[in-house]
Structure formats: structure tokens, C-alpha cells
Design a protein around this ligand. Structure first.
Ligand code: NOJ
Ligand code: CA
Length: 523
């Protein structure tokens, strides 16, 4: 059972280095997040997820942790982070940190010890073969780099050695089982880190590469799932209100493993990526023709087909609705921003859909004003992802209000365009994307039928017609086409009220006409 508070929660993802700089060094910081909590609240977001903010050499923007229990000096101090927890709680905002359990930085003291020839407490904290001349077939590995005569396995980039949680199927002498004392010790070390932050006021974790712990796992990820269920037991006993969202992209497995939520992110065969476009392509399709792959349902007259998303989503939803939540997201720090190819009118419809769906939605900083994806050189292992990680655009002052430092010192350049959207400009316009997001989220908080648990059924997903779905007693209608259309409502439906509209919507004698590029919620 998922944490109760998630029922009416909308998350805002904060990329700390790019949100708000308060000491003019060009890098966003914890105090900047504190300063902007009222803004987050004003959107209708009542929880935040902060990307890793721990001490790190930043070869993968902080996903290479050097000290799990210390805030990176560039962001502030542990005291600042604890103050953020307190200030957020006073405003009714929960805070998730990012837990990176699968690997550390190669500069983590555990790894430094593990590399030594002499055996010590950390020798088996990572996965080593028996000799520097024996590789690890089927895994990315490194040999010849340290005093110890052995090769070690990587979990992601070269800077990220894999922590040892054991092998589900042991096929080589050097592989340990998941019950091996060293594998159990790694598991306890992660619980210890979780306790450290939870006891200081953190409300839970977004978990990086959650399915990656146990190697040679079976198809159902039985080994890794057993570890998460064990972690969940600890949470239930010691921090029963804590919530965890997985980066797993397999809700049936993640939610059964004890997660409250799983992201609908990298979905084989389409799903989320085809929903918004092929824009959130992990492989980085930004070099491709902007429109060639453009099947987003929300793109005007692109002939998008909602079923390309629904086929997978509905199967997952039906299977998991009693277990926890599927989290739809506007985008994240690993994907190309939706503003890359959807314009404001299209983004409004996309967000109206995302924020009226079941589960717990996530809004990535800056997507609420339609920040653009910038074509810029890589930074800290970002590669194509760097273009989605640029500084938040607050107003038209220097550095778009992100920092009062020198432009050349900024973590990443701000959007140089004259048309760069800003919060300040959109505050003035009742019809802006920002204010539309606020309206939709206010509606979601007001109507229990639009929240995480309320029922969801597809009424019409025929691509020739507007998309119609039921949420509890409400009907939602999206028309991304350039033509006004009659909404294909169920025969027995006789709505009398339009609760919410984007664009032109008219309801007469129970018959709903939905204008070009419009959205409605009726009752
Ligand atoms: C997923 C994170 O979201 C991404 O940014 C990171 O590079 C990898 N995991 C490795 O930790
Ligand atoms: Ca700073």
C-alpha cells in the first residue's frame, strides 16, 4: 500500500545546480530552493524531488556519489538541507532526495579501500573478479587500474563501479550469492543512508536505476525485488510515512517490490515517449529531423494515435492499481524537454492530460513555462541531456534571474533567445502556460475524482475522434486537431456542467463541442 499522502500529491523535480543561485557563484544551491518554495507551492505542487545533492566529483552530475551523508559544498551544507526540509514542511511540501544505490563514485572511500591488495572490510563491497587478467563476461568491467589484481564491474559510466548485492544465479567462482555476508552488508549500508536522511526530515527517495542491484537476476527481477521488499519492511517499521519512487519503468515489478510509485519512462515499444513525441528518447534523437518521428498525440494535426501509449499503459494500470501508482512526467533531467517540439498550445493539452490522469504526476522545473531544449556542449557527463538542464528562467534581469554572478561563471548558459520564456512574463498573462498549469493543478486538488486513486476508463481512443476518458464521475476530452469536433461521449452520459476548459468548449443539451486544440472536463 502506497503512502496515504500521495493521493493528492503533485511533484516538482528540482535540478539543484540549475534552479536558483543565491551566492553568485553561478551554481544553484539549497538556499535557492528554500527561496523558491512559495513559487513551487503557487504552481500547485506539494512535493519536490531533488536530484543528487551529495558530495561528488560530478562526472555524472552527482549520480557518482563520493559521500552519501554530506551535501556537496557547491550546494551548501547538511544544515541547509535540514532547513529546507523544515521550511518545506511548514508550507505543506514534502521532499524526496535521490538515492543512488547501484553504484558510487570511483572516489568513494569504500571504493578506495576496495581497490587495495590487502583484504579489508570493503574488499567485497563492489563486484570483483579473481584476477586482473580475468574479465567479467557479459558485464562492462575495468581491469589494470589498481593495486588489487582483479577487474571490477561498472553499473553505468566508467566512473561508477557497481556495488555488490550478489548474483541471483551464480555462474563463476568470483560471484557471490545475494545472501553472502558482503552482499548483505551493502544492503544494510544503503538502509543506513536512508535512515540518516529520513531521520533528519526527508520524506523519501527517488531511486536511481532501481532494478540494477542484483546481477544475473531472473526476468522478474526476483533478487533485486527481494532487497527492496526488505527495505520496505524497514520503512514500514521505522518511517511508515516515507515514499519511494522507482526509476524502473516496469510498474508491475517495481510496485510489487514495495515501491509506492514507478515512472512511466523508458517503455519498450513506445508508451510514454510516443505520447509526448519521440522527444524523450534516451538514445538522444535530437540530431534527427525534428518532425520525422513526431507522432505526439498532442501535436496539432500530426495524426497521433493515443493507442500507442494506451496499449502498454492500460495493461500496467489494470495490473497495478491496487499496489501503487504509475507516475507520468512532463520530462526529466535525462530526456529532451517537451518544449523542443510542442508549442504552447500543444503543451497545454499535453499537461492537461498528464495532470488529470491517475497516479502521481511529476513536473520538471521549467516545463511549466515551456523552457526550450538547448543545443549546447556536454557538461558533467550530460551529453545530449545537457540541453534540458539549463538554468531556470525567472525574469528578464541578468542571467534571467537565475544568478547575480558573471554570465561566464554560470553552471550552464541561460537560453540566449529574445523569446526565452520567463516566470515573470508569464505571471502577467492569465492565459500563459504557467497560469494554465496552475489552473489544471488547482482543479486536480479540488476534484477528488482527478486524483491518484480515482477510477480511470478510456471512453474513446479512436484516432479519428477526440480522446475521451472517464475519471470517477467526470469526463475528460482532448482535441489536439485543428478542427472543432463533437465529443464522442458515452450514450448514457448527459453532462450538465463544464468544470474546466482550455480553448473553446460548448455544452448544449448534453452534447459537447470541443474546439480546435481544446480540452474539457465535464460533469
Ligand atoms: C539515471 C539518472 O537519471 C541519470 O541521470 C544517471 O546518469 C544514471 N541513472 C546513472 O546513475
Ligand atoms: Ca550558488
Amino acid at each position: 500500500m502506497a503512502a496515504k499522502w500521495l493521493k493528492d500529491t503533485v511533484f516538482y523535480e528540482v535540478y539543484p545546480q540549475s534552479f536558483k543561485d543565491t551566492n553568485a557563484d553561478g551554481i544553484g544551491d539549497i538556499n535557492g530552493i528554500i527561496e523558491k518554495l512559495d513559487y513551487v507551492k503557487s504552481l500547485g505542487c506539494n512535493a519536490i524531488w531533488i536530484n543528487p545533492c551529495y558530495d561528488s566529483p560530478f562526472k555524472d552530475a552527482g549520480y557518482d556519489v563520493r559521500d552519501y551523508k554530506k551535501v556537496a559544498p557547491r550546494y551548501g551544507t547538511n544544515e541547509d538541507l535540514c532547513r529546507l526540509f523544515d521550511e518545506a514542511h511548514k508550507k505543506g511540501i514534502r521532499v524526496l532526495l535521490d538515492l543512488v544505490p547501484g553504484h558510487t563514485s570511483e572516489e568513494h572511500p569504500w571504493f578506495r579501500e576496495s581497490q587495495k591488495a590487502a583484504r579489508n572490510e570493503y574488499s567485497d563491497r563492489y563486484i570483483w573478479t579473481d584476477s586482473c587478467f580475468q574479465g567479467a563476461p557479459g558485464f562492462p568491467y575495468i581491469g589494470g587500474e589498481c593495486e588489487r589484481s582483479a577487474c571490477y564491474i561498472l553499473n553505468f559510466f566508467k566512473c561508477q563501479p557497481a556495488l555488490n548485492y550478489g548474483f541471483y544465479k551464480v555462474t563463476e567462482l568470483w560471484q557471490k550469492s545475494t545472501r553472502d555476508p558482503a552482499a548483505m552488508a551493502t544492503r544494510e549500508a544503503i538502509k543506513d543512508i536512508m535512515r540518516f536522511w529520513l531521520s533528519r526530515g526527508c520524506d523519501g527517495f527517488r531511486v536511481d536505476m532501481a532494478s540494477s542491484l542484483v546481477k544475473n537476476d531472473d526476468e522478474k527481477k526476483s533478487g533485486t525485488s527481494a532487497i527492496w521488499r526488505d527495505v520496505r519492511r524497514m520503512l514500514d517499521l521505522e518511517f511508515s510515512d516515507a515514499a519511494m519512487v522507482a526509476e524502473w519503468s516496469n510498474p508491475p515489478l517495481a510496485l510489487r517490490a514495495g515501491y509506492d510509485m514507478d515512472f512511466c519512462l523508458n517503455v519498450p515499444g513506445g508508451g510514454y515517449s510516443t505520447l509526448m513525441r519521440d522527444y524523450c528518447n534516451h538514445g538522444g534523437s535530437r540530431n534527427g529531423d525534428r518532425n520525422a518521428e513526431d507522432h505526439s498525440y498532442f501535436k496539432k494535426d500530426a495524426g497521433g494515435d493515443m493507442n500507442r501509449f494506451l496499449d502498454q499503459y492500460l495493461a500496467w494500470y489494470e495490473d497495478t492499481k491496487d499496489w501503487g501508482y504509475i507516475s507520468l512526467l512532463t520530462c526529466n533531467h535525462d530526456t529532451i524537454r517537451p518544449g523542443y517540439n510542442l508549442d504552447t498550445a500543444e503543451l497545454k493539452l499535453a499537461y492537461a492530460f498528464l495532470f488529470t490522469m491517475p497516479g502521481v504526476p511529476f513536473l520538471y522545473y521549467g516545463d511549466e513555462i515551456g523552457m526550450k531544449y538547448l543545443d549546447i556542449p556536454t557538461k558533467e557527463g550530460g551529453y545530449f541531456r545537457t540541453g534540458s538542464r539549463t538554468p531556470m528562467q525567472w525574469d528578464n534581469s541578468a542571467n534571467l534571474g537565475f544568478s547575480s554572478g558573471k554570465a561566464g561563471d554560470l553552471y550552464l548558459p541561460v537560453d540566449p533567445s529574445d523569446e526565452a520564456p520567463t516566470v515573470a512574463a508569464q505571471e502577467e498573462d492569465p492565459d500563459s502556460l504557467l497560469n494554465t498549469v496552475r489552473r489544471i493543478l488547482a482543479l486536480r486538488h479540488q476534484e477528488e475524482d482527478l486524483q491518484a486513486d480515482a477510477g480511470f476508463q478510456v471512453v474513446c481512443s479512436d484516432p479519428a475522434w477526440p480522446f475521451v476518458y472517464r475519471r470517477g464521475s467526470l469526463l475528460c476530452v482532448v482535441n489536439p486537431s485543428g478542427e472543432a469536433q463533437k465529443a464522442p461521449l458515452p450514450a448514457e452520459a448527459a453532462p450538465t456542467d463544464v468544470l474546466f476548459a482550455i480553448g473553446n468548449v460548448s455544452l448544449e443539451n448534453g452534447s459537447l463541442t470541443i474546439g480546435a486544440q481544446s480540452f474539457a472536463v465535464v460533469k
